[in-house]
Every structure is written in structure tokens, then in C-alpha cells.
Design a protein. Structure first.
Length: 402
């Protein structure tokens, strides 16, 4: 009689994927007392939790509000739809292609130019953690020189969100960040209202909802969400795609030779090593799921990381294979996404296409700049984190550019 794996145990942190398998096979519904949450792990159950409106995002009021303020993640119905629609157009179609692709390409190039002559780099510290923040800071029309602060802020907010063991210091850092971020942003927002540009912050300042503009506080929270959601996640996806390809030299060679394979590598990376491993929901009424009942009002932790490795959904799920036929890269951004890394349904990641553009441009430029990119000798990449998970470092070597 085995016990259900404990998400808060050191064994889990070292290797969640083995624990996920035991959960899916033997404990598809777990009640975790310390986390005060139920846990589901099968693809079918996680997908359902994202799509079925009985699973609400009301939990974000306590999970997110103290660090972020009120954001679209907490909202539902019309309130959510109207605010989401303010930013969504910037992240897709012509706006993304014409306006932001040049921003993305320029930011990637600037960072790579910073180390391509040296022959070595830590692709996490020197590239992955910087590139997505720089892009979103540019999109909002903020100051890239403040990179260190933005990075510290979004790390603290993500820490707050993923504070599963309820460490009081992590909690305090999150709350402090909300104050620091507000002190930084509110004067900028007031100033921007007086001189609108063509950036996303100006769009938010100019927006009218039922004849009323958004409050400074609401705009600040929106920016906080964009920085956090767009920074930490894309950073982990970038490091992940490089690592997964380096681990599979034949697939790396294929991608290097045919760059049209990059979207496949991106989709497979999101299935195999998703940046966000878990998302919480709250059930509005009693729900039957994972072979049991979750009582009304309970929190449910939906394990995206486990869903991507579900053998009920994917053949040989523990194998990284960009050529697998049971994952469609083409559909990865429609509501019928094949992997769950961007969630599904109403809160489906609004920045998914931006993330895709960033990661795909990033890897493309890295491959161009480094024809013999290799892991630094003796380095073994290890993932860290529970809520979001990714590499803490990725030292590489290559022939320096002339
Ligand atoms: C929502 C993942 C990149 C902005 C989400 C959700 C997930 C997710 C799982 C759903 C959260 C929930 O339902 O509770 C990711 C991953 C990314 C990524 C894995 C990178 C690979 C981005 C980028 C942006 C962004 C680049 C834009 C700056 C957002 C926003 C939401 C969201 C604003 C809330 C949408 C809503 O509530 O309607 N993301 N994201 N994300 N994401 Fe992303």
C-alpha cells in the first residue's frame, strides 16, 4: 500500500516526473492537507479543469491579489473578456508581426551580440532571463535600464505564487514587491496619460470600459501581470528548448539544418518540460473528478507537468521527440491545444503567440550565432522549482564569432 507522492517533499522536487506517474496511475485524485488542496494529474482531468466553468479562478483572490492586485486572471465573464480584449490584439496577427517582431529580433540580437565573441555563456543568466523581460518592457514603453529591478520583482511575485509551503518570508517579499512596483509604476502611468505613445501602456491608459478609463491601480496590476506572466515563463521555455535539443543531438542537427522544424521543437518542449507545472482552481460546486468527489469551495491543483507525460494521451511520454505524431504544433495556439502548457479555455495564455515568437526567434538566432553550440564540459543541467520549473543555469561553449 503505497502512499501518494507528496508535492512538498524533497524527493518530489528532485524528480517530479516519477512522482507524476505514480499519481496518474494510482492516485488520480489526492487530498493534500498542508496545501489545503486536491490534486489532479491525468491529462483528461487537467484539461477538464481548464475548460469546465465549474472550476473558477476565485482562488486567485487569495493566491494572487496580495502580490499583484486585481488582474484578469481573477476575473470572469464580461469583466474578464473586456479587459483581456484590450491587450489581446497586440499579441497576435499584424500587430505582433509588424510592430513587435522587429522588437523581438532586435532584443535577441543585442543580447547575443553581448556574448558571441567570448566563446562561452550561461544561456539562462545571459540570455533567457533577460530577453523576454526586455521585450515586454519595450512593448510597455518602459526603461530597459531597470532590468535588474523588473527581474527581482517578477521573481518575487512568482515566488509568492508558488509558495506552496507558505514560507512567511516569501510571502512578505511578494507583498513588498507589490508596494515597490506600485511606487515605480504609478508616476509613470500618470505621466503616460498626458503623453500617449504607441506602446501597450498607452493603450491601457487610453482604454475606456463602458465610458470609464481604467484606474491607475488597475493598469499597474495589469503591467505586473504582463511582466510576470511574460517573463518567468518564456525564460524557462527558452532555456528548456536549448537544453532538450542539446540532449538530443540528432534532433538538434535536424533543426539546425531545417529551421521550419523549430515550431515542433517548441511545442514538444512545452509538453515535455512545461514552464508552469501547476495551476490552481476553485470548484463552485461538488465535482466528480479523478475517480472521487471534490466538495464545493475546494481548491484543485491541476498538474500541467503531469498531464504532458500522461501515457493515456501520448505514446512514450518520457521521450523527447519533436517528430512525434500525437502532438500537433499547428494546433498549439487554438482553443484545442494539444499540450496544456498555456492552459485552455477562457484564461488560455493571451501571450502564447508572443512567447512562441520569442522562443522561436531566440533559438533561431542562437543557432546562427553558434554553429557548434555545446553544453559546458562536466555540466549537468538540473531543473528547479515546483510551481514554475526550469533550469537555474545553462553554461555553454562555442567557437567565438570573429
Ligand atoms: C495566462 C503559460 C507566456 C501573458 C497563462 C496561463 C498559463 C500561461 C498556463 C493560464 C493561467 C491560468 O489559467 O490560471 C505561459 C507560458 C508561457 C507564457 C508557458 C511561455 C512559454 C506569456 C507571455 C505573456 C503572457 C509572453 C505576455 C506578456 C499571460 C496573461 C495571462 C496568461 C496576461 C492571463 C490570461 C487570462 O487570464 O485571460 N499563461 N504563458 N504569457 N499569460 Fe501566459
Amino acid at each position: 500500500n503505497r502512499h501518494a507522492p507528496d508535492i512538498l517533499s524533497p524527493e518530489f522536487a528532485a524528480d517530479p516526473y516519477s512522482a507524476y506517474r505514480i499519481m496518474r496511475d494510482e492516485f488520480p485524485l489526492i487530498r493534500h492537507e498542508a496545501m489545503q488542496s486536491y490534486i489532479v494529474s491525468r491529462y483528461e482531468d487537467v484539461a477538464r479543469a481548464f475548460k469546465d466553468p465549474v472550476f473558477t479562478t476565485d482562488n486567485y483572490d487569495w493566491q494572487l491579489e496580495p502580490a499583484h492586485g486585481r488582474t484578469i486572471l481573477q476575473m470572469s465573464g464580461r469583466e474578464h473578456a473586456v479587459r483581456r480584449a484590450l491587450v489581446a490584439p497586440a499579441f497576435r496577427g499584424n500587430a505582433l508581426q509588424d510592430h513587435f517582431m522587429p522588437v523581438i529580433e532586435r532584443n535577441a540580437r543585442t543580447l547575443i551580440d553581448g556574448f558571441r565573441h567570448t566563446g562561452r555563456a550561461d544561456l539562462v543568466a545571459d540570455f533567457a532571463t533577460r530577453f523576454p523581460v526586455n521585450v515586454i518592457v519595450d512593448m510597455l514603453g518602459l526603461d530597459q535600464g531597470e532590468y535588474e529591478r523588473f527581474h527581482r520583482w517578477y521573481t518575487a511575485i512568482i515566488g509568492f505564487l508558488g509558495n506552496l509551503s507558505q514560507d512567511p518570508e516569501v510571502h512578505a517579499a511578494g507583498v513588498r514587491t507589490r508596494e515597490e512596483f506600485a511606487a515605480y509604476m504609478l508616476p509613470i502611468i500618470r505621466e503616460r496619460r498626458g503623453s500617449l505613445g504607441d506602446d501597450l501602456l498607452s493603450t491601457l491608459c487610453a482604454a475606456e470600459i463602458d465610458g470609464t478609463s481604467m484606474s491607475d491601480e488597475d493598469i499597474k496590476s495589469f503591467c505586473s501581470l504582463l511582466l510576470t506572466a511574460g517573463g518567468e515563463t518564456t525564460d524557462k521555455a527558452l532555456a528548456g528548448i536549448v537544453r532538450n535539443l542539446l540532449d538530443h543531438p540528432e534532433q538538434l542537427a535536424a533543426v539546425r539544418a531545417d529551421r521550419s522544424l523549430i515550431p515542433l521543437a517548441f511545442a514538444e518542449t512545452l509538453r515535455y518540460t512545461p514552464p508552469v507545472h501547476m495551476i490552481m482552481r476553485q470548484v463552485a460546486e461538488d465535482v466528480e473528478i479523478g475517480g472521487g468527489t471534490v466538495p464545493a469551495g475546494s481548491t484543485v491543483t491541476c498538474l500541467i507537468g503531469a498531464a504532458g507525460r500522461d501515457e493515456r494521451r501520448y505514446a512514450d511520454p518520457d521521450v523527447f521527440d519533436i517528430f512525434r505524431t500525437d502532438l500537433s504544433a499547428k494546433n498549439a495556439f487554438s482553443a484545442a491545444a494539444d499540450h496544456l502548457a498555456f492552459a485552455l479555455g477562457r484564461h488560455f495564455c493571451v501571450g502564447a503567440l508572443l512567447a512562441k515568437a520569442e522562443v522561436e526567434t531566440g533559438i533561431d538566432q542562437l543557432l546562427d550565432a553558434m554553429p557548434d553550440l555545446a553544453l559546458a564540459e562536466h555540466f549537468r543541467p538540473t531543473e528547479q522549482g515546483l510551481f514554475t520549473r526550469g533550469l537555474a543555469a545553462l553554461p555553454v561553449t562555442f567557437t567565438p564569432a570573429a
